[in-house]
Design a protein around this ligand. Sequence first.
Ligand code: ARG
Length: 408
Amino acid sequence: MSRLWDKGDPLDRGVLRFTAGEDHALDERLVRYDVVASIAHARMLARQGLIDDQHLEDIVTGLEAIGAGHAAGEWHITLQEEDAHTALESRLTERAPEAGARLHLGRSRNDQVLAALRLYLLDACRQLHDGAVTLASALDDLAERESDTPLPGYTHLQPAMPSSVPLWAGAYATEIRDDAEGLLAARRRLDQNPLGSAAGYGVPVLPLDREQTRETLGFSRTQEPVTAVQLSRGKGESQLLFEIHLLLTDLGRLAADLILFCTQEFSFVALPGHMTTGSSIMPQKRNPDVFELIRGRCATSMGCLVEALTVTTKLTSGYHRDLQLIKAPLFRGIDLAEDVLEMLATAVPEIRFIRENIRLEQSLYATEEAYRLTVDEGIPFRDCLLYTSDAADEDLVVGGGGGGGGGG
Ligand code: ARG
């Protein structure tokens, strides 16, 4: 199967492997979006009188059948085909040579890849948003289940003030919902029709109707001028990765809390048994591997963001093959976030707090006591603080043996 740009020169396998890289595998997820975008393009060509109705029908039925075959796992993109675009067009041309050969009129893989990619990313933003909202609801349920379970509040990891499981879980639910909003907001830059910009400079002679493909594909606006399209590649992608990183930071901190709370010293929490692992040499241990890996994933999401951001720095305007390299960290970041959300959505409903192990030491009430003295006795707050910190110190010496130790 020849590449779209093939001029008949002999194929150097090493060069092909280097330039196509992992694109053929990465593009698997773009196939269905390229089918949709290609059909929209073909309909526009027909409406503008650039292909006839028979050709349009052959293109639509052909692409739909090829897309369905791909969804059913009947074929995959090969290294020789390089990417989703070539794979689809050459398969279509095999089925319907006359019509297939007309599909690429007025487009280039440069606008084609962005159309498919943006359609995919708009779906991915929505899916990640929904996953985050589901997790936030699971945290709401946890807060409800543990509505009167107390919890020490920590600053500097020292016991600081009385808190509670609902307050703890509520913080995460709120921030994760905020992250979900951020994921939806990342759609703004992606929600623009790139089709019709072709290689990056539009098309001469042909009366393309960019508004029509915009409407068919559901983009909010058409990206103008055509030269802005390639200049914008990577920006929406990086913004999404940034939002993913913020989400994973929150999820990592949630995991870090749970890892601390399930230590034998704390024993505040029982993690779902099927989500912990045993040790090969220490039979008494249950290890929170799942949660440690969730915590560790922030490093990956940060790496993805930096990798995507860095590709475009110092590029001149217009298309460059470097831009292809954004896809790998982008997809890795998205898949990672989906995996972590799924893991936590399974874990959170099964998390149990062990009330009898959660003791709020007297010292945690020092601030409360200082406020009470100020309000009831009219003692200046600073003086109250001195008085209550002495009391807290005493408490530390006399009564501060158990639990996680005193604060002050
Ligand atoms: N795989 C390529 C990418 O993601 C598709 C576009 C190729 N265009 C080109 N002029 N070589 O950028």
